[in-house]
Design a protein around this ligand. Sequence first.
Ligand SMILES: [Zn+2]
Length: 458
Amino acid sequence: MEILIKNAYRIITWTEDGLKSFSGDILIEGRVIKKIGKDLNSSSAKIIPGEGKIVIPGLVNTHHHLYQTFQRNLPLTQDSELFPWLKTLYQIWRYLDPEIVYWSALLGMAELLKTGCTTTTDQFYVFPRGAPKDLIDAEIEAGKKIGIRFQPCRGSMSLGESKGGLPPDDVVQDEEEILEDCERLISRYHDPSPFSMLRISLAPCSPFSVSRELLILSQELARKHGVRLHTHLAETKDEEDFCLEKFGMRPLEYLERTGWFGPDVWYAHCIYLNDEELRRIKEAGSKVAHCPTSNMRLGSGVAPIPKMLKMGIEVGLAVDGSASNDSSDMLGELRNCLLVHKLTCGVTSISAAQILQMATVGGARVLGFEEIGTIEPGKAADLVLIDANQIGYAGALSDPLGALIYAGDSHIVDTTIVNGEILVEKGRIVKADEDEIINRANELSRKMLQKAEANSVL
Ligand SMILES: [Zn+2]
């Protein structure tokens, strides 16, 4: 199928010559951007009028826990820091099943697509004892249904309370079972080819919920299959204290000693790292997923992103799980990122262009997708159209790029195209029924809470 975006008010992208902002047409053929220019024509293409529309590369989300969309805004955890927040939520997450995983993923993905995200990763790591083993398969099914480019991570937890970890024993698995499932998922779903719609990564959860052995075995397995590695790092002071007390070293050193560094590794958060540790990350070529809203919401701290960017560390932006963000609003994440660094590092510390770059090109590099992140001939047709003719952008168009991040009263985009397919049209999801998602989400979220309450664990 061909799509022709005609007379776009602004196309904003990066090229070899840097940031470009211009008006024109974009011709999409199949899953690829074929041509960019003026007065393009095609007799067979579906025409999308570009007048008044700002076109940007699809946003890339580099860290998420989609299953948490059913625990957003939970009063019990509104005022908790990470460790007590997790301990409460484990009591609800033990009721996860494939139906819940499917609908929570569909909800999160719908929100991502509606707010300009075209590629997302997800780290799924809660496998309750007695639940079916194919929970990740359910979110992969949701990704296929709604059409988003997807990089699910096989998360894991193996260090239960009885072994000194944070999670209860009935939501962790043993190492052998975890590694077997990692193998299964890679051989069943991982597609390393260019323009892939689905790549698997391996992602043990955190130093306080997995064993040293699992960290080592997971990175060996990932490297054997050429898949990426992901985990949480230096999210809170509690994590740092845990590692110093249990292992006698800081979190980064612990990960380094288990082989967790290099260009195929990306870490979420990276708040509590000193300059020497940042230098080691840069040297190793490891990458970072920055989650500003979640970090603010849990009072975790502020990652030194302006410093990382100056050092040349690859950083992508991320919404993080919805129990700590309360939404999967990707465009909104850009605004929070801008504001938190201007507040804490100074008003000149970061620009709107740097943030859009992080959320597009940066995210593509973090996840290892060469074909996305810019609007150029030969690249994947993943792009987003935002209607500039809205009350929220009026008066802000002296800088269309800046308008998207500084201004706007809604983050719902007009059109989202992924892999040459229109997935959001006039702000509505095309391949799933929004009302059905809303109803199922409210019903299943309520059921999970009721079960936890009935068992008097909350
Ligand atoms: Zn996370």
